[in-house]
Ligand binder design. Structure first.
Ligand code: NDP
Length: 284
């Protein structure tokens, strides 16, 4: 039997509708809601991601501010661009599009963003608050995954979740969120040094793959009926594919996110949620 398809496009549209209403309410109180991006260099994938972020911001009625810097800029010039946006009252949230060119320190640039303007939820201060279970803008990709699960009524409590990957961008905060009190999954964090990864993954009621290897997770990694969330975005010659071998796993899993159209749109939707939340907090 084929798995239920968990459509990030559908859920993202619902999120955008909610954010649009919130933006209108803030505008009615005289509060501008603005999302700014800083993009350094000419990486085509990064340009495409940033274009979509502005399209989304426009769609929900946010002001969008697009800062593009030459690939040869210095770290000081990146900091100056961040400082400028930190100081602008029309910028509620901002994103430094990663990765930066290799001569620059992307994590330092993210840390330069005021935690109160951290649309990506990746500032160390906000990651610290996540660990402490205190309110904070949440890392966009794991937050988007929680929203998909919630939208489809998938109860995580009591499930064994295997998160494959341990990046600060996706997999570590994902594991923290799933294991939080009130969410109550039992979490296994796997990575490239995990022995017999397929056997570990087969324990999962909820399998989340954030690796970056095209179609690595075939049916032998999946417990029948499991919920499979595919974060991977891998560009092959002619298409965008996930970490999961969708065509065979869809026959084994109980539910699955497609690539494209699964986690990607939800990551962008979470940026909007964070930005409007930051605008609300700033207007208190
Ligand atoms: P990283 O490269 O930072 O992390 C990859 C992780 O995968 C590492 O922890 C690594 O383990 C692990 N890994 C690599 N090879 C294997 C293997 N053979 N077996 C088990 N684990 C392995 O990537 P990100 O977390 O930033 O991104 C992961 C994927 O998600 C990428 O394809 C990226 O493009 C995509 N992505 C998609 C988003 C979306 O919105 N859809 C958003 C962000 C990312 P180790 O630590 O041991 O090296």
């Amino acid at each position: 039997m084929s798995a239920k398809i968990l459509s990030g496009e559908t859920v993202a549209e619902a999120v955008r509708a909610r954010v649009r209403t919130d933006v209108e309410a803030l505008n009615a109180r005289g509060v501008t809601v603005g999302l700014a991006t800083i993009l350094v260099g000419d990486d085509p994938a990064s340009h495409s991601y940033v274009r979509y972020k502005h399209k989304d911001a426009d769609a929900v009625g946010m002001v969008s501010i697009d800062v593009k810097l030459d690939g040869n800029v210095t770290q000081a010039e990146v900091f100056a661009a961040v400082d400028d946006l930190n100081a602008r009252p029309d910028v509620s949230g901002m994103i430094v599009q990663l990765p930066l060119p290799s001569h620059l320190d992307g994590e330092a640039a993210v840390e330069r963003v005021l935690p109160t303007k951290d649309a990506d939820g990746l500032h160390p201060f906000n990651l610290g608050r996540l660990i402490l279970d205190r309110p904070a803008p949440l890392p966009a990709t794991p937050s988007g995954i929680m929203t998909i699960l919630d939208h489809y009524g998938i109860k995580v409590a009591g499930l064994t979740a295997v998160v494959v990957g341990r990046s600060f961008l996706v997999a570590r905060p994902m594991a923290i969120m799933l294991g939080a009190k009130g969410v109550d999954a039992t979490v296994i964090q796997a990575h490239s040094r995990t022995p017999d990864l397929a056997a570990v993954c087969r324990q999962a009621d909820l399998l989340i793959t954030a690796v970056g290897r095209a179609r690595m997770f075939d049916a032998s990694f999946v417990k029948p009926g499991a919920i499979v969330i595919d974060v991977g975005t891998n560009r092959t010659d002619d298409e965008l594919v996930g970490d999961v071998a969708f065509d065979e796993v869809v026959e084994v899993a109980g539910a699955i996110t497609p690539v494209p159209g699964g986690v990607g749109p939800m990551t962008r939707a979470s940026l909007l949620t964070n930005t409007v939340g930051l605008a609300e907090a700033a207007a208190l």
